[in-house]
Design a binder for this molecule. Structure first.
Ligand SMILES: C[S@@+](CC[C@H](N)C(=O)[O-])C[C@H]1O[C@@H](n2cnc3c(N)ncnc32)[C@H](O)[C@@H]1O
Length: 213
């Protein structure tokens, strides 16, 4: 089976088998992400478009809806998107504000996707292992983030676990992240942050916030 389809099935079965709070990356308190975006983005000033490349069933979505953001919600797992839709439809059924997308983020995004002001990735990029996939991800990011737009990447750090969800990971240092983002993007802030997962285990992440120049 083609790798993209295999991954699709892999993630679908995880989201079908587990309740949200049983997922290893489940985050009830999303303040670590909000802390970064709140230092830079004032959602009440304009209608920001936020792109989430592997949204899963994250509670960040509910918060961004409350803030009036336009959202592009992507995932390789249709199961995750369907679960999220059921939850989100209870708080927002404004079809003009939410664009759903079922796509492998390592592959070129469709051209009809709106450009975004903010790209927020928690625990997605680190699943891409080959140079082709990693380059594909960054090409998408470079094509879809507007000038002056922000990018928050929160991935397992070099001190983090080598596997998650049964998959090998590519862990990131600040240096590698900065190099891969390229000279168009200025590093505004970063933090080594240890997430304690629902089983009580430490999961060291690196959070990096960039702005396009
Ligand atoms: C560890 S979970 C994190 C989910 C969410 N960002 C969060 O913080 O709760 C990784 C997510 O990325 C999705 N994913 C993994 N590989 C992907 C890919 N190549 N393209 C798009 N989504 C992907 C998975 O289906 C899953 O929803």
């Amino acid at each position: 089976m083609e790798r993209s389809k295999m991954l699709n099935k892999h993630w679908d079965s995880i989201f079908a088998d587990k309740k949200d709070h049983q997922l290893g990356w489940y985050e009830k308190d999303i303040n670590q992400t909000l802390k970064f975006i709140d230092t830079t983005i004032n959602f009440s000033v304009s209608n920001h478009t936020v792109f989430l490349p592997g949204v899963g069933t994250s509670l960040l979505v509910d918060e961004l809806i409350m803030r009036g953001a336009n959202l592009i919600l992507n995932d390789i797992s249709e199961e995750a998107l369907n679960k999220l839709k059921i939850r989100i439809n209870k708080i927002s059924n404004d079809k003009n504000k939410i664009h759903w997308l079922h796509h492998n983020i390592a592959q070129r995004l469709p051209i009809n996707i709106p450009l975004c002001d903010v790209w927020i990735d928690r625990a997605v990029l680190h699943f891409l292992l080959t140079e082709d996939d990693i380059n594909g991800y960054f090409q998408n990011l470079h094509s879809f983030v507007k000038s002056k737009g922000y990018v928050l990447l929160a991935e397992f750090s070099v001190y983090g676990a080598s596997k998650c969800a049964g998959l090998e990971l590519h862990r990131y240092s600040l240096e590698e992240m900065t190099e891969r983002m390229g000279i168009d993007f200025k590093l505004l802030n970063y933090e080594n942050y240890t997430f304690i997962n629902p089983s009580g285990n430490s999961r060291p992440y690196i959070y990096t916030l960039f702005q396009r120049q």
